[in-house]
Design a protein around this ligand. Sequence first.
Ligand code: ATP
Ligand code: MG
Length: 258
Amino acid sequence: MTSPDVAETLGSAPASAPVRAAPLVEFRAVTKVYGQGAAAMRALDGVDLSIQAGEFVAVMGPSGSGKSTAMNILGCLDTPSSGSYRFQGVPVEGLSRDQRALLRRNYLGFVFQGFNLLNRTSALENVELPLVYRRTPRAERHAQARRALAQVGLTGWEHHTPGELSGGQQQRVAIARAIVTGPSLLLADEPTGNLDSARSHEIMDLLTGLNRERGITVLMVTHEPDMAAYAGRVIHFLDGRVADDGLAGRSQGQGGQT
Ligand SMILES: Nc1ncnc2c1ncn2[C@@H]1O[C@H](COP(=O)(O)OP(=O)(O)OP(=O)(O)O)[C@@H](O)[C@H]1O
Ligand SMILES: [Mg+2]
């Protein structure tokens, strides 16, 4: 089983999300160095990581330990300095810019701590944005965005702008925008960082539902043990390395092959 559908997708028309034997995402000895010479900063220092389709994983670790750097590489927003990132077995570093953009649009969804919504734009239009990039026809775009908003419990709020929504609601809009394209992998960098405890638990329930009911693989950075407790696995970063990978008791494939 070594002809991942993602390869077909990147070569031709987008297909629905495939499930194959390869891990959904895999890092092999990934490093990321920012700056040069004496000022060089090793944000990631040889990270091996393997995540299977369907997992719900929390990433924890002190500030500066490389969590966001890893998320940005997973999200194809950044590239490793060395090592390999494989998506369904396909080495991402071997893809062209256009192919990488396709991978991002068809398989990945992002949720950031700061919501990153367009301020003067309605919830519906914010959620439609990824579909605009995909050139989805207008009527279909509206329908899909409404569906995504319904999935996050925001039916009736479609025409409100972010300023007219609470923090929790804004985060729901951001999640709707991330899932409107039907991604295989949802990357969330501190999705509850700006929310109070009650709102945070609601967001976690939502992410859990997306994972269990829609089969979306979720990878979430958090500083809060309460939130990490929702995940089936917790990976701890320290100084740009994986210090602990909560695979205890699982019959997982061997991660490090070197
Ligand atoms: N664009 C950049 N240029 C230079 N250094 C960077 C850049 N991005 C990150 N770094 C450095 O890389 C290291 C890891 O940063 P990263 O943002 O991945 O940490 P983090 O674990 O997400 O921390 P936090 O919990 O504070 O969000 C830090 O020392 C940071 O200063
Ligand atoms: Mg960070």
